[in-house]
Design a protein around this ligand. Structure first.
Ligand code: AMP
Ligand code: TRP
Length: 337
């Protein structure tokens, strides 16, 4: 059984981020920071999902640079390459093979209902790539190959996770029990960091307005400027309410970084103004990100160290993934090689 290939009977975590753009504070607070907290209690696979990134056109040189930068950000954020398996998706061919087997067990209707696909098809019209349509089957392959128990992601991925569970359940009942049905792990605070300019929309690296997001690699002066320009409202009161989405977002950011509940922050800011809140938010972001930025720069200078991490990661990941893949092929009726 492939479960036995995972360490120490710990439960298994799988998660990934696409190297498709510069990472934002949303990626950090919604995903990465939580991975760091979970790494001691689970057997973790953290993947740089480059095959997902190419569902939209990538410039080859940028993809190469961002893939290594993302791996460096994982490590610099505190994800230990010794404790966890860190790897690049395209280095483990079982992901593409498993994706095909799952694609044949996924319905057009299911994929057409995915909001991420619907949003993107508005942008690309008829020339939308088939890869974008099938994106969730590849994500299901990522997760299911490792007998994953828990998938820590931001809120925007819940629909893809639901579909993963549906595909796994269908495969288990069409053939025989093969996959664990994974659960999502969505953080209480930080699951959806909003745009600094349009606080009803998610903070996204694909936005056209750089003032709407903070990048993990933004220098302190830029972070201060972006936070000072963040859209709030004219009420002048610091409350944690949907009626004040800009203020709520700043409180969420502060809360996710400091670990203080937003309600407690509201008490602290009683009688204070938006400029105090903004100054504190900027300072806390800077002190959280600065050490990570320094470490990323250091890691990027040591390509052979990074190479040793992703090579070893691919070997470890392939071992578990190939085992699951062979099991699937056998159940489907393919002749063992
Ligand atoms: P992506 O950049 O789409 O590959 O997303 C990588 C991870 O970051 C996923 O777990 C997302 O759910 C999470 N994420 C992306 N944007 C945000 C955001 N604005 N707030 C919280 N989490 C986010
Ligand atoms: N679709 C995820 C995102 O955009 C990235 C991803 C790909 C992922 N495969 C995964 C996340 C497997 C968790 C598990 O955020």
């Amino acid at each position: 059984m492939s479960e036995n290939l995972n360490n120490e009977n710990k439960k298994v975590i799988f998660s990934g981020i696409q190297p498709s753009g510069d990472l934002t504070l949303g990626n950090y607070l919604g995903a990465l920071k939580n991975w760091v907290k979970l790494q001691d209690d689970y057997t973790c696979y953290f993947c740089v999902v480059d095959m997902h990134a190419i569902t939209v056109r990538q410039t080859p040189a940028d993809l190469r640079r961002r893939t290594l930068e993302l791996l460096s950000i994982y490590i610099a954020s505190g994800i230990s390459p010794e404790k966890n398996t860190l790897f690049i998706q395209s280095h483990v061919p079982a992901h593409a093979e498993c994706c095909w087997l799952l694609t044949c067990n996924t319905y057009m209707g299911e994929l057409s209902r995915m909001t991420q696909y619907k949003d993107k098809s508005k942008k690309y019209g008829d020339s939308i790539g088939v890869g974008l349509f099938n994106y969730p089957s590849l994500m299901a392959a990522d997760i299911l190959l490792y007998n994953t128990d828990l998938v820590p992601v931001g809120k925007d991925q819940t629909q893809h996770l639901e579909l993963t569970r549906d595909i796994a359940t269908r495969f288990n009942s069409s053939y025989s029990p093969t996959f664990k049905i994974p659960e999502g792990y969505i953080p209480k605070i930080g699951a959806k960091i909003m745009s600094l300019q349009e606080p009803l929309k998610k903070m996204s690296k694909s936005s056209d307005n750089p003032n709407s997001y903070i990048l993990i690699m933004d220098p302190p002066a830029v972070i201060k400027k972006k936070i000072s320009r963040a859209v709030t409202d004219s009420l002048g009161l610091i409350n944690y309410t949907d009626d004040q989405p800009g203020v709520k977002n700043l409180l969420n950011i502060l809360s996710a970084i400091k670990g203080t509940p937003p309600e407690e922050l509201v008490l602290y800011y009683a009688g204070k103004g938006y400029s105090d809140l903004k100054a504190d938010a900027a300072d806390s972001i800077i002190s959280e990100l600065s050490p990570i930025q320094d470490k990323v720069q250091e890691l990027l200078k040591d390509k052979s160290y990074l190479e040793s991490i992703y090579r070893e990661g691919a070997v470890k990941a392939s071992h578990v993934a190939n085992n699951t893949l062979r099991k699937m092929q056998k159940k489907i009726g393919m002749i063992p090689r």
